[in-house]
Design a protein. Structure first.
Length: 589
């Protein structure tokens, strides 16, 4: 079972991370040397009167500042660069993984949740890779270094900050346990809220048409309120535990100053220890201040780690998914479909299609049962039937969006499960009833899948054949006009004609039109039917509710509850007097 392997990404940039780590260590050690210089300034210069040392000690402080700047910049730049590269690679690989999954995966998940995984959860990966990981290392090294120097100066006094660090670490661990599950709930609710907003904005015209603004606002408010309550619960955890860490850091400085001052003023060492000079006390207090920052960072780092762990768990749920539609060829299973096509020997398909006792079952429900038919290359097949009879399922099975439960589908005598998916799907141009146009130019939508190979003349021809040119030429930018998301601004008929142009422009051996002329007027539909009839050598499958769309087909099948109830030509089906004849009579009475 595949999972997100972050170490694979980190190893790729291990050399740069090593340089950043060395720079961080060097900068930290420079910080650790600053209190020692202060100690000498106090003891040797101010108390001892050795003014000749002051210039060199001040130059030492300046050198520490310059070195700290250089090492800090090196660390920050390298970590940010590596973190951004890793997040970019994780995001593109996650997107490729999502693209590789079969259609049934998308049947059970909403787009808002996927958007949250691709954006928000990968951002948590960036935080770990860019700065949080190196901060954890810096906290450890800075704490260890500070404690080392404190124990050198006065080990009995150093026990106090050591115990304070231990107490702060225990509080941070307890806080992390409380936050772990809470972050998962917050991100899940964030996904639900994003999906509700995205769905509402995509269907805003429908919402307004049915005066559903109040209902949609209430639905969004419900998710927003839940998201708010979860964040308040997270704040309660911080309010409960983080002030304790802050209290420990403040008390450390006070207790250390009191005890250290007592030792210096009275010249009385703590039990079993040695005395302290004023300079040593000043250095010791600076080291205590040096571990205050790591202690305060524990709460923030705990918060970030909990967030990142929750994100990695959610990403792994996607990585653990396996596509139901699998290639038999190892080469064809490459995630880059264009690369797969170059690696595999080319297969030229003519368009002979046969369904052999095909049954398709979704869960415990039979969508298609024992469907058998065949059509030769260049012929036209019409498919009719009531809503829910299984018409679109035939097309989805032909494109291998799903696999058959029983039986076999062949193209040119080859089981489609033996064909590389890119080869199969690039051989079938579809105009589906669920129209989707990208926020791009009309030219870009027609060229979809063939942007680099299709010529402008081919685009214009497809627009003319689909009768789109008559309204495209009236637009200010003609085919370079940018249309809105999902074709907003175009009528239903105009969108259908552009999708027909997109399919015609690809010149594939198989053309599928799934109720693709339902939004067209009768005259335009008839003109497009004449264009389709003139396309020789292309196998056409036409799914329709209108008799006029399929009456000239070489073969017509009528589906009823997932089974083929009737099969024949227009005249043969009329003579049978069955379902087809009933539909004909209702439309032409």
């Amino acid at each position: 079972m595949k999972r997100l392997n972050l170490m694979k990404y980190f190893r790729r940039y291990a050399a740069l991370y090593l340089i950043a780590f060395i720079a961080m260590c060097a900068g930290t050690l420079l910080d650790m040397s600053a209190p020692l210089i202060v100690q000498h300034i106090v003891d040797d210069v101010l108390v001892g009167g050795r003014m000749e040392l002051l210039r060199w000690l001040l130059l030492g402080i300046l050198a520490i500042g310059v070195g700290r700047f250089v090492f800090q910049y090196t660390k920050e730049f390298l970590c940010d660069w590596c973190g951004s590269k890793i997040a970019s690679e994780v995001r593109i690989n996650l997107f490729q993984k999502i693209q590789s999954l079969s259609a049934n995966f998308f049947d059970g998940i909403n787009s808002g949740e996927l958007m949250s995984r691709v954006k928000d959860d990968v951002d948590r990966i960036w935080e770990i890779a860019a700065f949080m990981g190196i901060l954890i290392a810096e906290v450890v090294i800075r704490t260890a270094s500070s404690l080392f120097f404190m124990f050198r100066i006065q080990w009995q006094l150093a026990l106090i900050p050591a115990l304070g660090m231990l107490a702060a670490a225990l509080i941070a661990i307890l806080m992390e346990q409380k936050l772990d599950n809470l972050y998962g709930d917050i991100e899940q609710e964030n996904s639900e809220m994003n999906n509700t907003a995205a769905e509402n904005l995509a269907g805003v015209r429908t919402v307004k048409a049915f005066a559903r603004e109040g209902f949609e606002i209430a639905k969004f408010h419900k998710h927003n309120q839940k998201y708010y309550e979860l964040n308040i619960e997270m704040s309660r955890v911080f309010v409960k535990y983080n002030p304790l860490i802050q209290l420990i850091t403040r008390m450390l400085a006070v207790i250390t100053l009191l005890l250290g001052g007592y030792v210096v003023i009275n010249g009385s060492p703590l039990a079993g220890g040695k005395g302290m000079s004023i300079g040593e006390l000043m250095a010791f207090l600076q080291y205590v201040g040096g571990i205050v920052w790591p202690m305060e960072m524990l709460g923030w780092l705990t918060n970030g780690l909990s967030h990142a762990r929750a994100s990695i768990k959610r990403l792994n749920k996607i990585y653990e998914q396996e596509p139901d539609i699998k290639e038999k060829s190892a080469l064809a299973s490459a995630q880059d479909s264009e690369l797969a096509e170059h690696l595999l020997p080319p297969i030229d398909l003519n368009g002979d299609i046969s369904f052999e006792h095909v049954t398709y079952r979704a869960g415990d429900r039979d969508i298609l049962s024992d469907v058998t038919f065949s059509i030769q290359a260049g012929q036209t097949l019409g498919i009719m039937g009531a809503t829910g009879a299984g018409k679109t399922s035939i097309i989805n099975l032909l494109k291998r969006m799903y696999d058959v439960t029983e039986g076999c589908i062949r193209i040119d005598g080859i089981d489609i499960r033996e064909l590389p998916l890119p080869t199969l799907r690039r051989a079938i141009a579809c105009v589906m009833q669920d129209i989707f146009l990208f926020s791009d130019t009309i030219d870009g939508n027609v060229r979809l899948g063939s942007k680099d190979t299709m010529t402008t003349a081919e685009v214009r021809l497809a627009l003319r054949n689909s009768h789109s040119a008559e309204f495209v030429d009236k637009m200010s930018g003609h085919e370079q006009t940018v249309i809105g998301e999902r074709g907003i601004g175009l009528s239903g008929g105009q969108k259908q004609r552009i999708t027909i142009a997109r399919a015609l422009a690809r010149k594939t051996p198989v053309l599928v039109l799934d109720d693709s002329t339902s939004a067209l007027d009768t005259e335009t539909e008839q003109e497009i039917q004449e264009v389709l009839a003139s396309l020789h050598g292309m196998t056409k499958i036409i799914i329709a509710h209108r008799i006029s769309a399929v009456r000239k087909a070489d073969k017509i099948i009528v589906l009823d509850a997932g089974r083929i109830a009737e099969c024949g030509t227009h005249e043969e089906l009329l003579a049978k007097g069955g379902l087809y004849k009933e539909t004909y009579d209702s439309q032409y009475s």
